[in-house]
Design a protein around this ligand. Structure first.
Ligand SMILES: [Zn+2]
Length: 311
């Protein structure tokens, strides 16, 4: 089976043609999420047509078009339900109608983190596993679940997809979702500048003079012995580890896949999460296997075929 797929990120969209095993051709389309999705649809359609032409696959030879969206979606109705300060016009759009007009193909939309889990299960770190939690550490924190071979979705399609909004600190920082002390409000790329600047001694730390206040700076300066960078790093690792334990308790996985841009520093991130999950999670059946994501930014693209097959 071949499929068209769009993975919509905050600053760009990946538009690709895929089959069960491979990304046959992919294009990157720069976007500004603040300007909405409607105006970007012609560019996405053009990129998909160009990718299809280069892959030698006519769109009519594809089983459908899958869209990974960074928000809450209704995959049954094919609509975006709610956004979080990105592509805020999306709930008002008839995306299935756009797909029908542009390509005469069936359309499926799914949350981008769920699509990435489907991809890691089809072709990556969770191949062959039916009970998987995937945690994504990046601009925000993703936490999605597959239980007994099915994506957990729930009555309002928000079950098993808000792991980054599990609470790590009940009296913590205000989150974009409306709650307080969520994992991503306490430790994510968007939250990091505030977390660091509020740390005692920040002004005297090398972090205060870093060109970019991101996790690359935190991990590098921590390695060189900067006390504030070390403390901020350890705090964030603790928050992620607490989130991972909560997700294990909530969703009973056999495998926990850790991905996202921050997790590319695998040796800095994975051992702390693994140690805490092994030491603290209540799993009398055995130990959860903590694995690094294998597909990087292509994970969601690999999720298109299983989504269109009915996952
Ligand atoms: Zn939140």
């Amino acid at each position: 089976m071949k499929a068209l797929v769009v993975d919509l990120g905050g600053s760009h969209a990946a538009c690709a043609v895929v089959d069960e095993a491979r990304v046959l051709d992919r294009r990157s389309v720069p976007l500004e999420s603040a300007r909405g999705l409607a105006g970007a649809l012609p560019a996405l359609a053009a990129a998909l047509r160009a990718a299809a032409a280069d892959a030698g696959v006519p769109p009519s030879g594809c089983a459908g078009l899958a869209l990974g969206f960074c928000g809450l979606v209704d995959p049954v109705a094919g609509r975006v339900l709610s956004t979080n300060a990105k592509y805020d016009d999306a709930p008002s759009l008839d995306l299935a109608g756009w797909c029908r007009e542009a390509f005469s193909l069936p359309f499926r939309v799914e949350n981008d983190a769920r699509l990435a889990l489907l991809g890691e299960r089809a072709a990556g770190a969770a191949r062959g596993c039916d009970d998987v939690v995937m945690m994504t550490l990046g601009t925000g924190v993703g936490g999605v679940a597959m239980v007994e071979g099915r994506l957990l979705r729930g009555k309002h399609f928000q079950a098993g997809v808000l792991g980054g909004h599990l609470v790590a600190a009940f009296d913590g920082r205000r989150c974009t979702c409306g709650a307080r002390g969520c994992v991503e409000a306490e430790a994510s790329t968007w939250a990091l500048p505030r977390v660091a600047r509020e740390w005692p001694g920040f002004a005297g730390s090398a972090l205060a003079r870093a060109e970019r206040l991101d996790f690359e700076a935190v991990f590098s300066l921590a390695e060189s012995g900067d006390a504030v960078a070390m403390a901020v790093r350890d705090r964030c690792l603790d928050v992620w580890a607490a989130g991972a334990v909560a997700m294990v308790h909530a969703w009973d996985p056999e495998v926990l896949v850790v991905g996202g841009g921050v997790a590319r520093r695998r040796d800095d991130v994975l051992p702390a999460i693994e140690a805490r999950v092994r030491g603290e999670a209540w799993t009398p059946w055995g130990k959860v296997d903590v694995r690094a994501a294998a597909l990087g930014e292509d994970a969601a693209l690999h999720g298109a075929v299983p989504l269109l097959q009915g996952a």
